[in-house]
Design a protein around this ligand. Structure first.
Ligand SMILES: Cc1cc2nc3c(=O)[nH]c(=O)nc-3n(C[C@H](O)[C@H](O)[C@H](O)COP(=O)(O)O)c2cc1C
Length: 368
């Protein structure tokens, strides 16, 4: 039977709320680095306005920005966006205002790339470049839980506790700027082998002080950042955490440890989890359709906060099934949205729903 278009939207297209943030549907734009800050100053550009703005006019329920660094050294590449100064705040404000006017709230993904910072952008014109961008070519010295490098990259400097404290302050300062820039939500990037995941993973974090060792030691930085940001970030705005649920290697970070962390994050006021995997070490990852959804399910069963699933969710019916089965509360779409900014509009059509709210007035005559 076709769902009634007025009273019973398919769950994928049903509105949702996190704290006071209302989303028109449960489809998020996954965070995706564009490497398009050619001035290398962290200031988002016309590219970011058009890229994110097109997905806002395309009907997404929540736009998540690319990894946006809390400090210059926290960038994955020199061409990343940032949120450590007022010029960046102004540039982001233009983007949040535009997306919100199209009915799409915006979350900023706050990030520090740790020992995987200062790398060449993953763009065709840099395809011959490998490893760490050297200091003479606008790179910088990286930092990590220890001085051990990620394979193929330069060795980082081991962070001392005073430096760790400053990084926590950088996250808090960036969250304050996120409020000035008009963001609706903050997503903390604790995934993909960047700084916080480096501290979580026993394969990377071999420290012997309070930030290393056993589970509580390795989880300390994640919890301190989440708690400190939660305190600063407006109470009615949601705080989301993206984590890698597993390193895909025996003896590494795994789903059991992720469950422990998720429960603690919930206690410090995190509102939703965004469940990805991998990135801390080189591993064999069995990539295929919806390959990370099972991890979202396990975490959703273990906590009461909502969970977003991501990873090769490309088919609207498949996405609807993920939510209907209760595997997740939201789905995030990445690469499929690069080729199709109006993915949610087609999803609505394929699921038998006509929803004018997914289209700007000027595009109504082109509705599916
Ligand atoms: C070009 C590109 C850039 C990405 N940049 C980020 C990023 O900034 N932060 C992040 O957490 N994940 C990033 N990812 C991972 C995506 O958010 C997503 O988890 C992944 O692509 C799997 O989803 P998909 O199969 O729908 O693309 C990136 C992926 C791509 C393809």
């Amino acid at each position: 039977m076709r769902p009634d278009p007025v009273t019973a939207p398919p769950v994928l297209l049903a509105p949702a709320q996190l704290r006071s943030l209302e989303m028109r549907n449960r489809i998020w734009l996954a965070p995706m680095c564009q490497y398009m800050v050619e001035a290398e100053d962290g200031v988002p550009t016309d590219w970011h306005l058009v890229h994110l703005g097109a997905r806002a006019t395309g009907g997404f329920g929540l736009i998540v920005t690319e990894a946006t660094a809390v400090s210059p050294e926290g960038r994955i590449s020199p061409q990343d966006t940032g949120l450590w100064n007022d010029e960046q705040v102004e540039a982001w404000r233009r983007i949040t205002r535009f997306c919100q006017a199209q009915g799409a709230p915006v979350a900023v993904q706050l990030a520090h790339a740790g020992r995987k910072a200062s790398t060449w952008p993953a763009l065709p014109r840099f395809s011959r470049r490998r490893g760490t961008v050297p200091e003479f070519a606008s790179g910088w010295r990286t930092v990590g839980p220890t001085a051990d490098p990620f394979p193929g990259l330069d060795a980082p400097d081991e962070l001392d506790t005073a430096q760790i404290g400053r990084i926590i302050e950088d996250f808090v300062a960036a969250a304050r700027r996120a409020e000035q820039a008009g963001f609706d939500a903050v997503e903390l990037h604790f995934a993909h082998g960047y700084l916080v995941h480096e501290f979580l993973s026993p394969l990377v974090n071999t420290r012997t002080d309070e930030y290393g060792g056993d589970g509580p030691g390795r989880r300390r930085l994640a919890l301190q950042i989440a708690a400190a940001v939660r305190e600063q970030w407006p109470q009615d705005h949601p705080l989301i955490v993206r984590l890698s649920a597993t390193d895909w290697i025996d003896g590494g970070w795994d789903i059991e440890q992720s469950v422990e962390l998720a429960r603690e994050l919930e206690k410090v006021g995190v509102d939703a989890l965004h469940v990805s995997t991998g990135g801390a070490v080189i591993a064999d990852i069995a990539v295929g359709p919806e390959y990370q959804v099972g991890f979202a399910r396990t975490l959703r069963d273990a906590v009461s906060m909502p969970v977003a699933a991501v990873g090769l969710i490309t088919d609207p019916r498949g996405a609807q099934d993920v939510l209907e089965r209760g595997d997740a509360d939201f789905v995030a779409v990445g690469r499929a949205a690069l080729r199709e900014p109006g993915w949610p509009q087609r999803a609505a059509h394929e699921l038998g729903m006509r929803d004018a709210a997914l289209y700007p007035g000027a595009y109504q005559r082109g509705s599916w």
